[in-house]
Write a protein that binds this ligand. Structure first.
Ligand code: ZN
Length: 346
C-alpha cells in the first residue's frame, strides 16, 4: 500500500535539452539524438529507483511535448503546418501541428522507447500518453470541424498504441487530460470526454490511469490559479463521472493546492494518485510534509487506494530539485507505511 509513482516527466540532462525551458529544443544532432535519449532514460530510471519510487516512468526523456510526440506520429497530421492557437480554454497560446485528414495510427509511435525502458528496470513501469480530449485541444483542426469526432479518432489511435505498449510489459498506461480541468470544457467532458477516455483504454490488460492537474508552474497557470478562489472545486464535477468510468486510477493535485481533501471521497472505487509534491515551486518538501499530506488524504481514502505521486510533471525544474523531491516522496511514503506497520512495498 501507499505505492509511490510520479506524474511522468523529469528534467532532461543539460547535454540533451536546454534546462529550465518547457518544450526545449534538442541539444544533440539528429544522428546522436536517439542514443542520448536512451542514456537519459537510464539516468531517469536510476534516480527514481534510488528514491524508492515503486512505479517508475522513462521521465519522458524522448519527447519535447507531451501531446505532440504522439500526435506527430499519426497519419492525418501535417507536423510542418504549425499554427499558433489558444488552448485550454484560451488560457495560453501554443504552436501546434495541423489535422489535415482522418487521424489514423499507421505505425507504432512509442514502442522503441517502451522496449528500452522495460529492458532497463525491474520496477513496475508506467507510460504516459496524452488523453483524447487534450489531444483534440492541442492541434489545429482543419478536417473534422467537430471536437467530439476528432477526439474519438484520437481515442481509437491511442487504444491501438496502448494495447501494443501493454503487450510489451507496461504495467500502467496513464492518459494525461489537463483539458478535463478547464471550466469552459466541463459540458464536453460530460457529453463525450469520458466516453473518449473509456474508448482509449478499452480492452487494456494493464492498470489504467488519468492525470488531471492544475499544470506546470508556468506564469499562465499561476495566474489562473489565483483566479480560482479560496477552494478549487473543479474536480467536484469530473470525479463522479470518472468514478463511473472504466479508469482505475485518477490523479489529484493536493500539494500546495486549494483542492478540498474531502473531494477524494468522490473517487470511491478508484485509486487516487495523490499529488504530494508541488511542481510549481523549487522548494523541496520535507519527508514529514509529504507524510502529513498522505495522512490528511487517509481521512477520506483507505491507504490501499492511495498512491503518493507528484502534482504534475517535473520537466521544467532543475535536476537537483527534482531529485530532492523524488527523495522526499519516497521517504515521506515510507514514514507513513512504517506507522501503518507495513514497511516496504516490495
Ligand atoms: Zn499535469
Amino acid at each position: 500500500m501507499l505505492e509511490t509513482t510520479i506524474a511522468g516527466s523529469l528534467p532532461k540532462p543539460v547535454w540533451l535539452a536546454t534546462p529550465g525551458v518547457l518544450w526545449a529544443p534538442w541539444q544533440l544532432p539528429p544522428e546522436r539524438l536517439a542514443e542520448g535519449q536512451r542514456d537519459a532514460v537510464l539516468l531517469a530510471l536510476r534516480d527514481q529507483e534510488r528514491a524508492g519510487i515503486d512505479v517508475v516512468t522513462d521521465g519522458e526523456q524522448a519527447r519535447r511535448h507531451f501531446v505532440h510526440a504522439f500526435v506527430e506520429g499519426l497519419g492525418g497530421i501535417d507536423p510542418t503546418r504549425r499554427v499558433t492557437i489558444g488552448i485550454r480554454g484560451d488560457r495560453y497560446k501554443a504552436e501546434v501541428p495541423s489535422v489535415v485528414g482522418p487521424l489514423r495510427r499507421t505505425r507504432p509511435v512509442h514502442t522503441d522507447e517502451v522496449r528500452w525502458a522495460r529492458a532497463n528496470t525491474e520496477r513496475r513501469l508506467k507510460f504516459t500518453l496524452p488523453g483524447p480530449m487534450t489531444m483534440a485541444d492541442t492541434v489545429a483542426d482543419t478536417h473534422y470541424r467537430d471536437r467530439a469526432r476528432l477526439a474519438m479518432d484520437c481515442a481509437a489511435a491511442l487504444n491501438a498504441e496502448a494495447r501494443e505498449l501493454a503487450a510489451l510489459g507496461v504495467d500502467v498506461i496513464q492518459l494525461d487530460e489537463p483539458a478535463f480541468n478547464v471550466d469552459a470544457y466541463f459540458d464536453e467532458v460530460k457529453s463525450w470526454g469520458i466516453e473518449a477516455l473509456d474508448r482509449a483504454i478499452e480492452g487494456l490488460a494493464c492498470t489504467t490511469a488519468v492525470h488531471i492537474c492544475y499544470g506546470y508552474g508556468i506564469r499562465a497557470n499561476i495566474e489562473w490559479k489565483r483566479m480560482l478562489g479560496s477552494e478549487w472545486r473543479q474536480y467536484e464535477r469530473t470525479f463522479p463521472l470518472l468514478a463511473a468510468s472504466r479508469i482505475d486510477q485518477v490523479s489529484v493535485e493536493c500539494a500546495g493546492s486549494r483542492v478540498p481533501f474531502e473531494l477524494l471521497r468522490l473517487l470511491e472505487g478508484k485509486d487516487a494518485l495523490l499529488g504530494v509534491i508541488d511542481v510549481a515551486t523549487e522548494r523541496v518538501e520535507t519527508p514529514e510534509e509529504v507524510a502529513a499530506t498522505i495522512r490528511r488524504a487517509m481521512e477520506f481514502v483507505p491507504p490501499t487506494r492511495l498512491c503518493p505521486c507528484t502534482n504534475c510533471g517535473m520537466a521544467p525544474l532543475p535536476r537537483e530539485v527534482a531529485r530532492g523531491k523524488l527523495a522526499a516522496l519516497g521517504r515521506g511514503a515510507a514514514l507513513v507505511r512504517a506507522e501503518l506497520g507495513t514497511g516496504a512495498t516490495r
